[in-house]
Design a protein around this ligand. Structure first.
Ligand SMILES: C[S@@+](CC[C@H](N)C(=O)[O-])C[C@H]1O[C@@H](n2cnc3c(N)ncnc32)[C@H](O)[C@@H]1O
Length: 266
C-alpha cells in the first residue's frame, strides 16, 4: 500500500454515517432520479459500503434484484443488516467481481472509482458484468472545487501544514473531473458517454457539526485529522472555522458537487 493510500480507510458505523453517509445518501437519491429506468432491472452496486446507493435503488427503482459488492466485510455486514427488499451482498474486490459476464442490466458505483489503484480495471469489470445495451454509471466527488466541505478542509489543512498538500484529494484524484471521466468510459468501449454535475446541499448546524465528523477518522481527511497532534488539530479546526461562510444564525450552508458519468455497453 502506498503512503497516501494508507489514508483511504473507511469503517462501518456512526462515524461513516456522520462523515460521508449522510451526504452519499443524498447523492444516491438524486442520482437515481436523474433519468427513468424500467422496472424489474438487475442492478449491480460496486463499492457499496454501508449500502447508501444499494438501499436507494431497492426503495426507488423497483428492481428485480440489487447486488452490492464491497471489499470490506465490515461494511458489507452493516449494509446487509440494514437492507430491505430484493437485495444481496458480496464481499468482493471491484477489480474481480463474482458475477457472470453480461448478467446485469445496470452496473453503478458511488464514490468509489478514485479509490481504486487502477480505475480502468473497475470500469472494465462493470462493463463485463452488464449485458449489451446495459448501462454502466458512476459518480465521484468534485474534490477540486464543488465538494465544498472537503475543499475548505484541504485548503485549511494546507494553510496550517503545507505538507498536507500531498494528501489533498484534488491533487491525488485528478480522475474526478469531466474530461478524465469521459475518457475512462470511452476507453472502456462504452458508448453514448455523458458526464453531468449533480449538486446536493450539505448544511451544517454549526462548526461542531462540521468539524466533529472528521474526528471519526474516516477516509483521507478524517485519517489525516486523527493523526495530528492536539495543538495542530486545534489550529486546523480554527482555520477551517474561519474559512467557511457562516449564516447570521451560525449555520454553515455548503453544497457538494459530484460528477456523474454514464455510458452504454455496445
Ligand atoms: C466513500 S465509500 C462509498 C461507499 C458507498 N458507495 C456510498 O456511496 O456511501 C468507498 C467505498 O469503496 C470501497 N472500496 C475501496 N476499494 C475497493 C475495492 N478495490 N473493491 C471494492 N470496494 C472498494 C470501500 O470499502 C468503501 O466502502
Amino acid at each position: 500500500m502506498s503512503e497516501q493510500r494508507r489514508f483511504d480507510v473507511w469503517q462501518a458505523g456512526p462515524g461513516y454515517e456522520r462523515f460521508m453517509g449522510r451526504w452519499s445518501r443524498r447523492v444516491a437519491e438524486r442520482f437515481t432520479a436523474l433519468e427513468g429506468h424500467a422496472d424489474g432491472l438487475r442492478w449491480l452496486d460496486v463499492g457499496c459500503g454501508t449500502g447508501a446507493l444499494t438501499s436507494v435503488l431497492a426503495a426507488r427503482c423497483r428492481p428485480a434484484v440489487v447486488l452490492g459488492c464491497d471489499r470490506s466485510a465490515e461494511l458489507v455486514t452493516t449494509a446487509r443488516d440494514t437492507a430491505h427488499g430484493p437485495v444481496g451482498f458480496a464481499v468482493a474486490d471491484a477489480r474481480a467481481l463474482p458475477v457472470r459476464d453480461a448478467s446485469w442490466d445496470v452496473a453503478v458505483s458511488g464514490l468509489l472509482l478514485n479509490f481504486l489503484p487502477e480505475p480502468a480495471e473497475g470500469v472494465a469489470e462493470m462493463t463485463r458484468a452488464v449485458r449489451p445495451g446495459g448501462q454502466v454509471a458512476a459518480y465521484v466527488w468534485d474534490y477540486a472545487e464543488g465538494m465544498q466541505v472537503l475543499r475548505h478542509f484541504w485548503n485549511a489543512a494546507t494553510s496550517v501544514d503545507p505538507a498536507a498538500a500531498e494528501l489533498d484529494e484534488a491533487r491525488r484524484f485528478p480522475l474526478c473531473r469531466p474530461d478524465p471521466l469521459h475518457a475512462l468510459w470511452t476507453q472502456a468501449g462504452l458508448t453514448q458517454v455523458r458526464v453531468t454535475p449533480l449538486v446536493v446541499p450539505t448544511p451544517f448546524a454549526d462548526v461542531t457539526d462540521l468539524w466533529s465528523p472528521f474526528l471519526a477518522g474516516q477516509g483521507p481527511a478524517g485519517t489525516y485529522v486523527t493523526g495530528l497532534p492536539p495543538d495542530q488539530r486545534d489550529r486546523l479546526r480554527t482555520a477551517l472555522a474561519r474559512s467557511v461562510p457562516h449564516d447570521p444564525e451560525g449555520t454553515i450552508t455548503l453544497s457538494a458537487r459530484a460528477w456523474v458519468v454514464r455510458g452504454v455497453r455496445a
